[in-house]
Write a protein that binds this ligand. Structure first.
Ligand SMILES: *[C@@H]1O[C@H](CO)[C@@H](O)[C@H](O)[C@H]1NC(C)=O
Ligand SMILES: *[C@@H]1O[C@H](CO)[C@@H](O)[C@H](O)[C@H]1NC(C)=O
Ligand SMILES: *[C@@H]1O[C@H](CO)[C@@H](O)[C@H](O)[C@H]1NC(C)=O
Ligand SMILES: *[C@@H]1O[C@H](CO)[C@@H](O)[C@H](O)[C@H]1NC(C)=O
Ligand SMILES: [Ca+2]
Ligand SMILES: [Ca+2]
Length: 658
């Protein structure tokens, strides 16, 4: 086996990494793409909107708007072109290109992006308005809202068959007066019923937009089955008003929500996704997404070029440079899917959230993967009435049936809104560190017994299903208040294995990259954040390929699980970034092992084979001990922090001896 060291990449920023990420355009056959009636039009010079509007008029196109506030890139639509065709319209593209102002024009592909956890259910009850109560200020520490007793995810009193105290522990954060004031979360979804009596006061219209129909009003489109209730339900979990006699209470009931309606058109385009994720990054703090590529257990797909650009801009420049927080539902594909095949959930720049039920198990639809950072809650046992997530619903109604990892991501967004009120200086990375340090195992467990809780080399407990455990609002708010921003982040490309490496059923492949983690360079990494393995592979049956990455400190993480429905034999993975959070805070120096195993189905017994062509190990983290400057009371209040700090002191003592 040959190890080819590649030259160190000095002080790359997260922007640089954009170039490394290759997308679905390579795997087009798998993405079920069509061609839409949208064009990305790039102009010569930076004449801006006036020129773009004139070009659109001259060529018979409709002008939609700039892409990511650009002065040169614009979104045009042609209404005479069908919005989902199989072939590109060369004449229309040629027409645009014939205008002397146009540098290039690209007709946009369309691809499916599905809401997670959607079940067509009618609402259960109508919200009862009681304005007399609404006027009174809160008298007790317990909210008076009629739906509140059913919101077990806020205060689990073992109602609906749940486990006592298995909840987000919001009570401790609220008791400090922290309710998310000054923080805005955007719900990227199918719209928000912003006239809902439990939402309108906390709706941030200024930061909202409708990208599905290009206007400032992201109101859900009516359908008989209330299909477009998803965004409204997510919004209520975050910011439903407290003590107003209507509905329930949001996790961060003092915060605001913005609506970015962007899921309600036949096909998604890169332009719509990019404009949504890049919308008002100085006014929006958190973006919450409960959707993604199809969860059919055979899709491999992720953000395209412009969307990646928007996310990278968000984390680097958003929130006045502190970075936007992108919260992602890890996926509803069940045990037969793997969220590392979903480039949004697996991104380092999103916080990927899985769900647990009200008694601590995984739900049947939960996916697992090594990029999941933490968990919140979805529904309880389906046999029990009211065990779902209680929240606002369309047309002033409420529901107790919201579910899926869809329900989980907004709860996390709400908890992060609380943390940001407690400390507005937190960066996107601080939020991830705080999540790792304050999430709890509580009583979360895998009912199938496959994934046990394990401890990494820095003493942190993690689980393949739940990440670092369930978010704890009281704990994250407390530590956020004492937090000192983590040191500068570095990226170290630690080696590449190239060549054709065969593996087959009963003949696994083991590769090793021994790294000094860029020691003595400017980008030396001694304490890890994310680890990525960029892998190019093909196989006679992609779904039978499983991969495990083991760190020098002995933490073994499954970066790809078996996907029984994925029968791809042609596309494989091309430089796909498999990500793991499980080595957080470890020291990365030493040998990293990659095992590739063909897990052929016992039933068919067919022998499968494949080839690994490339593996590049990318380490992300910091040079200096990240928690060294935190005050003593932070350590005494937070057990996990104490454990990691002691581990880091041992790392330092060990390297001093060498
Ligand atoms: C939560 O429930 C407990 C009972 O288990 C109750 O004593 C407490 O006041 C409740 N707190 C809130 C904020 O709902
Ligand atoms: C996306 O970006 C990559 C890398 O910069 C480039 O090679 C590729 O052509 C771009 N794809 C599209 C569809 O523009
Ligand atoms: C709730 O939904 C029903 C339809 O099921 C509708 O008639 C009603 O106006 C809605 N709003 C309220 C506040 O009940
Ligand atoms: C994988 O690629 C190699 C080299 O290009 C080729 O020989 C082999 O047939 C491919 N295997 C599959 C299953 O596509
Ligand atoms: Ca309410
Ligand atoms: Ca998935």
């Amino acid at each position: 086996m040959k190890i080819l060291a590649i030259s160190p990449l000095w002080r790359m920023t997260d922007v640089w990494l954009l170039l490394v990420f290759l997308n679905c355009h390579i795997l087009r056959s798998l993405c079920k793409e069509v061609v839409t009636n949208s064009w990305l039009v790039t102009l010569h010079g930076d004449g801006g909107e006036e020129i773009a509007k004139r070009v659109a008029k001259n060529t018979g196109f409709s002008y939609i708007g700039p892409v990511l506030n650009s002065k040169t890139d614009f979104h045009f639509v042609h209404h005479a072109v069908h919005n989902a065709r199989m072939r590109r319209s060369v004449p229309h593209t040629r027409l645009l290109k014939s205008d002397p102002m146009v540098r290039f024009a690209v007709q946009q592909t369309g691809f499916p992006r599905l809401k997670r956890g959607y079940k067509p259910l009618k609402p259960l009850s109508h919200a009862k308005s009681n304005k007399a109560k609404a006027a009174a200020p809160p008298k007790t520490s317990v909210p008076t809202d009629p739906l509140y007793p059913k919101q077990w995810y806020l205060n689990n009193t073992a109602q609906a068959g749940g486990k006592l105290k298995l909840d987000l522990n919001v009570e401790a954060a609220w008791a400090l007066g922290i309710t998310g004031k000054g923080v805005t979360t955007a719900i990227m979804d199918d719209g928000i019923d912003y006239m809902h009596p439990d939402l309108y006061e906390n709706f941030n219209a200024e930061a909202s937009y409708d990208f599905s129909s290009n206007d400032p009003y992201p109101y859900p489109r009516y359908t008989d089955d209330w299909f477009n209730s998803h965004g409204t339900r997510c919004a209520g979990e975050i910011a439903a008003k407290r003590d107003n006699g209507v509905g329930g209470v949001g996790v961060a009931y003092g915060s605001r929500v913005a609506g970015l309606r962007m899921l309600d058109q036949p096909y998604m385009t890169d332009l719509i996704e990019a404009n949504s994720m890049g919308h008002e990054p100085q006014k929006i703090d958190i973006y919450s997404a409960s959707w993604g590529p199809t969860d059919d257990g055979k899709t491999v797909d992720g953000p395209r070029n412009l969307t990646m650009k928007a996310i990278v801009y968000g984390v680097n420049e958003g929130r006045q440079g502190k970075g936007n927080i992108y919260v992602w539902a890890s996926g509803d594909g069940g045990p037969d899917d793997d969220c590392n095949c979903d480039g949004y959930a697996a991104s380092m720049w999103t916080v990927s959230i899985n769900s647990a039920t009200n008694d601590g198990q995984t739900a049947g639809y939960d996916e697992s993967c090594s990029s999941t950072l933490a968990s919140t809650f979805s529904n309880g046992k389906s046999s029990i009435y009211d065990a779902g997530v209680a929240t606002t619903d369309l047309y002033g109604n409420v529901t107790t049936k919201h579910s899926g990892t869809s329900a989980a991501a907004p709860e996390a967004a709400g908890v992060f809104a609380l943390a940001l009120e407690a400390n507005p200086d937190l960066t996107w990375r601080d939020i991830q560190h705080l999540t790792v340090l304050t999430s709890k195992r509580n009583s979360l467990f895998d009912p199938e017994g496959r994934f046990l809780w394990m401890v990494n080399g820095a003493g942190l407990e993690f689980n393949h299903l739940f990440g670092y455990g369930v978010l704890d609002a009281g704990s994250i708010v407390d530590l956020a208040g004492k937090w000192k921003s983590v040191p500068e982040r570095f990226h170290c490309s630690s080696g590449t294995v190239q060549g054709k490496h065969k593996f087959k059923t009963n003949e696994p492949l083991l590769l090793i990259i021994d790294t000094d983690a860029c020691q003595d360079k400017d980008n030396e990494i001694n304490y890890l954040e994310h680890v990525q393995a960029f892998i190019t592979i093909n196989a006679s049956r992609r779904g039978d390929v499983t991969m495990y990455l083991t760190s020098p400190m002995g933490t073994k993480t499954m970066i790809l699980s078996r996907r029984p429905r994925d029968d791809d034999s042609t596309s494989g993975f091309i430089k796909w970034p498999f990500m793991t959070t499980h080595m957080w805070a470890e020291n990365p120096q030493g040998p990293w092992r990659l095992e590739v195993v063909m897990e052929t189905a016992p039933v068919t017994g067919l022998e499968q084979e494949g080839n690994l062509f490339e593996w590049t190990l990318m380490l992300h983290g910091v040079r200096d001990a990240p928690y060294a400057k935190l005050p003593v009371d932070a350590v005494t209040n937070h057990e996990k922090l104490g454990v990691v700090k002691r581990a880091h002191e041992r790392f330092i003592a060990r390297s001093a001896r060498v």
